[in-house]
Write a protein of this length. Structure first.
Length: 116
């Protein structure tokens, strides 16, 4: 027992330094994970805002459960068309999420069979 106490006294500085280093590493890792989660949340919020903006511009009209119509006149660039298409997809995802509790059991079974 005395040998262990002597060893701890002799190496106290190294032990304290090692534990401090481990605490700093742990702190950095938890901070990085937290930042990654916040970035993902900001990405989702930005996508939702982009969807709302695209659909409110009148260049895309999503009618839940029916269709999504995108304006494709010559003034609409390919990049704008991609953004509007993604807005339709996001709007449909939201519609499906909101309506999943209201769909008929046969429709849900068919979706499972089709891999949806």
């Amino acid at each position: 027992m005395r040998n262990i106490l002597d060893w701890i006294r002799e190496n106290a500085f190294g032990i304290v330094l090692s534990v401090s280093g481990l605490l700093v590493v742990y702190s950095q890792i938890t901070t990085a994970v937290s930042v990654a989660e916040q970035m993902e949340e900001l990405k989702v919020q930005a996508e939702n805002a982009q969807t709302a903006l695209a659909l409110s511009s009148g260049k895309a009209v999503y009618m839940a459960g029916a269709s999504c119509t995108i304006k494709t006149t010559p003034d609409i660039t390919i990049e704008q068309l991609k953004v509007l298409s993604k807005a339709c997809i996001r709007a449909h995802e939201q519609y499906l999420e909101e309506s999943k509790d209201h769909r008929q059991p046969q429709q849900q079974e068919a979706e499972v069979e089709n891999g949806n």
